[in-house]
Design a protein around this ligand. Sequence first.
Ligand SMILES: O=C(O)CCC(=O)C(=O)O
Ligand SMILES: [Mn+2]
Length: 192
Amino acid sequence: MDNLLPVDGTAVLFPALFTREESDHYLEVLQEKINWKQEPVIMFGKTVMQPRLTAWYGDEGKAYSYSGITMQPVPWTEALLAIKTRAEAVAGQSFNSALLNFYRNGQDSMGWHRDNESSLGLNPVIGSVSFGAEREFQLRHYMNRSMKRSVVLTHGSVLIMADATQHYWQHAIPKTTKPLGARINITFRKIM
Ligand SMILES: O=C(O)CCC(=O)C(=O)O
Ligand SMILES: [Mn+2]
């Protein structure tokens, strides 16, 4: 599998980890069964609502701080555990928590950031599973911002980010004016 990054990290896409049928099924189940919320975040000292819905699932006791909010995990659902097992097989490691993102349409988005919270350890492996509308996932080098990569995250794909990626590369899901439907993304993580 090809590394999408030219330097300073590893990002590998498996475009069809799940079959079309499995992906349709999980998109529907997750839309219905997850306790989705629109959470506030603090940006430049102001409280604003996130431009997407989120949920935080994980093993008990693994609280997580993210952009000024602390999330207590909800216990795993059967569907999430099944998806997690598949993601672990490609990642080559176990995960104990997951941030879920629900992009209702092309106007929902995620700004530039790194998944570099110290609770994730030095070089975290992130397993990012996507169902639903295809969205562009952008990467840019943190110190040399003209160095960019982008990849389309397809229905049923998993993107594995590993090694030094979270030190050197930021990532984002930009807004789009395309008339897109719902997309669900699950980023599995391992909190130390
Ligand atoms: O929706 C995506 O593909 C990205 C999600 C993400 O970067 C995150 O949850 O930290
Ligand atoms: Mn991220």
